[in-house]
Design a protein around this ligand. Structure first.
Ligand code: FES
Length: 177
């Protein structure tokens, strides 16, 4: 028997409904992909940026004096989910000889305050709870549970680079966070 679609209104309605459901499913999938792209990009992008930007240029070596700690600021560009961020960090750098230097995180290992260099007393003082550190990092007195945290450094073509890291405060071990 030859069935005519227009002659059967129930079948026409069912076909239209199926078509509309398929259309909505395709549109929803496309919308999901479009909305998800920035998120995927942020995830992949931040990984690429972390690997590429690990070494951060801090200063020209000739601008760093020998024997006296200097606090050097640098700018880091990063991405947190969808938000592009620029943050300013700093490191304490002690140049012991023309080619030898140490960089300390500026964050006190006791509870995360920023400590200062006391030029007259030749030591680092933390204003929060009174920890005192030697110029080369060990604790002299106070509640700090470990020496100042060193950061990886490299010198390339007369320029100092560091890797910015943060460490858990209040514990004797140096644990990166
Ligand atoms: Fe530095 Fe407590 S944060 S001594």
């Amino acid at each position: 028997m030859n069935e005519c679609e227009e002659c059967n209104p129930v079948r026409v309605t069912t076909t239209r409904r199926r078509f509309l459901i398929a259309l909505i499913a395709i549109a929803s999938s496309l919308l999901g992909v479009i909305l998800g792209l920035p998120f995927i990009n942020a995830l992949i992008g931040s990984k690429v940026r972390t690997a590429k930007d690990k070494w951060i240029r801090v200063a020209e070596l000739q601008a760093i004096p020998e024997g006296e700690p200097v606090r050097l600021n640098f700018v880091m560009n990063g991405q947190d989910a969808f938000i592009q961020q620029t943050t300013v960090h700093s490191v304490w750098v002690i140049r012991r000889s023309p080619a030898e230097l140490t960089a300390f995180s500026p964050i006190c290992p006791h509870a995360g305050c920023y400590y200062n260099w006391s030029a007259g007393l030749k030591r680092f003082d933390c204003p929060c709870h009174g920890s005192i550190f030697r110029i080369d990092g060990p604790v002299v007195s106070g509640p700090a549970p470990r020496p100042l945290d060193t950061l990886p450094v490299k010198i390339e073509n007369g320029t100092l680079y560091v890797i910015w890291q943060r460490f858990k405060a209040g514990v004797p071990e140096k644990i990166e966070i």
